[in-house]
Ligand binder design. Structure first.
Ligand SMILES: Cc1cc2nc3c(=O)[nH]c(=O)nc-3n(C[C@H](O)[C@H](O)[C@H](O)COP(=O)(O)OP(=O)(O)OC[C@H]3O[C@@H](n4cnc5c(N)ncnc54)[C@H](O)[C@@H]3O)c2cc1C
Length: 414
């Protein structure tokens, strides 16, 4: 079969790699490089990921892919902490016992929160939580003080407006965070991208870079037409490994599928000439001016003093002014992490941003996905697929890719 894949992020590349053994696959990517959110930039002859990526031992599909591609030896595991800036100091929150060190929380609230974490970190996802509001759920279970101090920052940094977020999403995030052993790949995500690209070349799969798909159309039961500025090409099926917002723009009129709200992301990567002496996988620091939280990753990779700052944006676009404000927030955060920090410590800085990176998991999100059709006679959209773990990670991209391939096998009997 002749298959078009739109988007050369991890989802597109993995689908192309797996399908190209049997089918004629073409990948279209709008930017000048492969990798999407896992791509990076070159600096002093080295390749640096634009966003910080970690994985855990429970990311089974990703571990299998590393082995299949022969890059499993490049994985290293490290213990790393998670902290929150509370009452003017960094508070380690790497395990539930750390709760007892928080002075501003009453013993009752600590016990309620400890019980809540014990019940929820290891239990299965329950679908009823989809309809429940995250804020109400935590206040009921742990009390308002614990919500404001511990859970609001976690919701705040991603979604900003917390009052419409699903409890199911919060549970998914907490479960994701329970593991303090984190994995990284030597050479970063670039190592995975290069391994996938080489396999695709071997299978004679063409990746068209700088090739934005502008429209996709289909006449009755006929083939799909993929339309670019440079021309159009016919395919038996199309896999659009892009956000639903980007996918909807490829259709004239109503796309016929549910389009959720998406978050955008801005990120400063700062290379310091001194170590911060604080190794955190996730550190949430409040940006007092903007009243939001910033995620700072200070886990040294390859012994480099690199820090990643991530700002998620909802209903906001990245302007030069916002970029500068984010930089100021980075400097404030670094000062909180290490009071000796000053801007002369910054050896190099780069800013990156992407639109439509992850759906906003509002209440009833899952019900809306359930109500939607996931494939339309040969058009497949991974972001329309529901998985109990909800979050958009590399591993969930791999799970969704595997489901798509099973569906293609069943629907096209190939
Ligand atoms: C700051 C940040 C930190 C993260 N950290 C982690 C982490 O630690 N661990 C983890 O597992 N996951 C992490 N993730 C999530 C992970 O990066 C994503 O889940 C994964 O990379 C998504 O891959 P994808 O292929 O689905 O989408 P994308 O990477 O978004 O790829 C989509 C591609 O489609 C292209 N495209 C879009 N429209 C068109 C068009 N019309 N024509 C042609 N091409 C088009 C885009 O240019 C892009 O290259 C993080 C994400 C962010 C933003």
């Amino acid at each position: 079969m002749k298959i078009a894949i739109i988007g050369a992020g991890i989802s597109g590349l993995v689908n192309a790699y797996k399908l190209s053994a049997k089918h004629q696959v073409t990948v279209y990517e709008q930017t000048k490089q492969i990798g999407g959110l896992c791509s990076g930039f070159e600096s002093d002859g080295k390749y640096i990921d634009k966003y910080n990526h970690f994985f855990s031992k429970s990311d089974k599909e990703l571990m299998e892919l590393f082995s299949e591609l022969g890059i499993n030896r490049k994985v290293s595991w490290a213990k790393s902490g998670q902290c929150l800036f509370i009452n003017d100091q960094l508070q380690d929150l790497s395990n539930p016992c750390d709760l007892f060190a928080i002075k501003s929380l009453s013993i009752i609230d600590k016990l309620k929160t400890g019980k809540f974490l014990a019940e929820n970190l290891f239990s299965k996802m329950n679908i009823e939580l989809n309809d429940k509001n995250a804020e109400e759920w935590i206040i009921e279970q742990c009390g308002i003080a614990a919500f404001n101090l511990l859970f609001k920052p976690l919701l705040n940094f991603k979604t900003q407006q917390t009052d419409d977020i699903s409890a199911m999403y919060l549970k998914a995030r907490l479960k994701e965070r329970k593991n303090n052993i984190i994995g990284t790949l030597q050479g970063g995500m670039h190592t995975l991208l290069i391994a996938l690209r080489d396999r695709l070349h071997k299978n004679k799969t063409h990746i068209w870079l700088n090739s934005k798909v502008k429209k996709i159309t289909r006449d009755g039961q006929n083939k799909w037409q993929v339309i670019l500025d440079t021309g159009a090409e016919e395919y038996d099926l199309v896999i659009a490994c892009i956000s639903l917002t980007d996918a909807a723009a490829l259709f004239v009129g109503n796309p016929g599928f549910y389009v959720s709200e998406y978050l955008s992301v801005g990120s400063w990567v700062l290379d310091l000439n001194k170590p911060l002496n604080q190794k955190c996988w996730i550190c949430l620091v409040d940006d007092q001016r903007e009243k939001r939280h910033v995620v700072v990753n200070t886990q040294p990779l390859n012994n480099e003093n690199r820090t990643y700052f991530t700002f998620y944006l909802r209903n906001q676009s990245v302007t030069p002014q916002l970029e500068q404000e984010m930089f100021n927030a980075c400097c404030d955060s670094l000062k909180k992490i290490n009071p000796e920090f000053n801007q002369q410590w910054i050896r190099q800085k780069t800013f990156h941003y992407d639109l439509n990176v992850e759906p906003v998991f509002t209440q009833k999100f899952v019900a809306k996905l359930y109500g939607a059709v996931e494939s339309f006679n040969g058009l497949y959209l991974p972001d329309l697929m529901y998985l109990p773990q909800l979050l958009k990670t590399i591993n969930t991209s791999l799970i969704k890719s595997a489901i798509i391939r099973q569906r293609i096998k069943k629907e096209f009997k190939v």
